[in-house]
Design a binder for this molecule. Structure first.
Ligand code: 5AD
Ligand code: SF4
Length: 441
């Protein structure tokens, strides 16, 4: 008998990518093999995101498409997991009867049992309670990358920024124990993984739910000591909770990368207040200054939202000026998307789409100039790059990332490189999105 197969269609953030690896691990534990094409898979998991309306629309299109796919493959099991499953629950099944199982965000660990029960026709179809307290990882992951591993350290978020749906769909903060995290890192090291990204919606509050403060810096230092760990990254940080102890840990620990991703969202104090962010632009600039003091070579990246309700031209200019003043290495820029159920969705003075688009363009232009400037400074320098493989199916050029998370391309020139190799690359040219150079030594 040929083995049953599965496919995972993943959307959204790194946490979702990590959850998808856990779904794949559990499916393999149940004896399923990865399908080459989701149309033919016996189990399809759609792992969803609802952070912005655009993501939701795309995913609803895919769920619609699965109706036809399933009609051609009787017996196919369609699981909808993740943030939309959490948000919309049973309503999704009513509207899209092709869905067999709905798995909310707090049930990833229990997926194996949920699926087994469903197959034995005993189980429920909707699992979206957020009352599950389980945060310790069990079982296997089938990781996408061969050298870089996602390591979730906490789930959920307590922040309630007024634009954001995440606290409603991911529940309150639950941290994994340091032992459970260290075990997973050790196991991944034994399989050859070199780079570890510690994940959480707000990593700086790691461990607060255990009643202890400043645990994140301790966790970073602990992971730094695990033999075989070459690089440590983490995301996402909250400017309000990012303190000196973490910056010091980055400065002092050999393996923690010099890349700070600290979303500021808006440069206007009025908008930051309306967003419930808990800091001012002045505090944010102090944080940037502290980072530059301890880690002068650090890359600083950020997330920015334009068109939050009530954002005037003057507020937007505050954002634009902050971008110019800080000189970010990169920024993820978003148009504010109304998420029903969040406080901002009910705010008056929603900004018209045309204005939001125009502001986004201006912001991206300013950021592109800054990204290029930050990259140009690196021309002539020799940087440590972790090799990720051939670039764009072109075996003559390899790509990888610097410790500051910049993409670098270099010609192979007859040399042999392996995935995860540390390569010294002398930078010759800088572009907005990448650097090019030659391997030296
Ligand atoms: N609209 C637009 N962007 C959003 N983000 C979160 N919620 C929204 C929303 N409603 C952005 C924030 C966050 C990133 C992951 O997504 O910038 O940092
Ligand atoms: Fe999307 Fe947020 Fe859920 Fe990640 S946590 S999948 S960004 S809604």
């Amino acid at each position: 008998m040929t083995a049953k197969t599965y496919a995972i269609l993943n959307y959204g953030c790194q946490m979702n990518e990590s959850d998808a690896e856990h779904y794949a691990g559990q499916l393999q534990e149940l004896g399923y093999k990865a399908a080459e094409d989701f149309h033919d898979a016996d189990v399809v998991v759609v792992n969803t995101c609802c952070v912005r309306e655009s993501a939701e629309k795309r995913i609803l299109g895919k769920i619609g498409e699965l109706k036809g796919v399933k009609a051609n493959h009787p017996g196919q099991i369609v699981c909808v997991a993740g943030c939309m499953a959490q948000k919309d629950g049973g309503k999704l099944i009513k509207k899209h009867p092709q869905i067999d199982l709905l798995i909310g965000t707090a049930h990833v660990n229990g997926f194996k049992e949920i699926l087994a029960e469903y197959l034995s026709e005993k189980g429920e179809r909707v699992y979206n309670s957020l009352e599950v307290k389980e945060s310790e990882f069990e079982g296997e992951r089938i990781r996408q990358s061969g050298f870089s591993a996602w390591i979730p350290i906490m789930y959920g978020c307590n922040n309630f920024c007024t634009y954001c749906i995440v606290p409603y769909v991911r529940g309150r903060e639950r941290s994994r124990s340091i032992e459970n995290i260290v075990d997973e890192v050790r196991q991944a090291v034994a399989k050859g993984y070199k780079e570890f990204t510690l994940l959480g919606q707000n990593v700086n509050s790691y461990g607060k739910d255990f009643g202890v403060k400043d645990q994140f810096a301790k966790l970073l230092r602990r992971v730094n000591e695990i033999p075989g760990v070459e690089r440590i990254r983490y995301m996402t940080s909250h400017p309000r909770d990012m303190h000196e102890d973490v910056i010091k840990a980055v400065a002092e620990c050999e393996h923690i990368c010099e890349n700070f991703h600290i979303p500021f969202q808006s440069g206007s104090n009025k908008i930051l207040k309306a967003m419930n962010r808990g800091y001012t632009r002045e505090k944010y600039l102090e944080l940037v200054a502290m980072i530059r003091r301890y880690v002068p070579e650090a890359a600083i990246t950020t997330d920015i939202i334009v068109g939050f309700p009530g954002e005037t031209e003057a507020d937007f200019n505050d954002t634009l000026n902050l971008v110019k003043e800080v000189g970010f290495d990169a920024a993820f820029t978003f148009i504010y998307s109304k998420r029903s159920g969040t406080p901002a969705a009910a705010m008056e003075e929603q900004v018209p789409l045309e204005i939001k688009k125009a502001r986004l363009n201006l912001l991206m232009e300013a950021q592109n100039i800054s990204s290029l400037q930050r990259n140009e400074v690196l021309v002539g320098k020799t940087l440590e790059v972790l090799a990720e493989g051939p670039s764009n199916n072109n075996n003559k050029v390899w790509s990888g990332r610097t410790r500051t998370n910049k993409l670098v391309l270099w010609p192979v020139e007859g040399r042999d490189f392996e995935l995860g190799d540390k390569v010294q690359v002398q930078i010759e040219t800088a572009q907005t999105w990448l650097l090019k150079g030659k391997a030296v030594e």
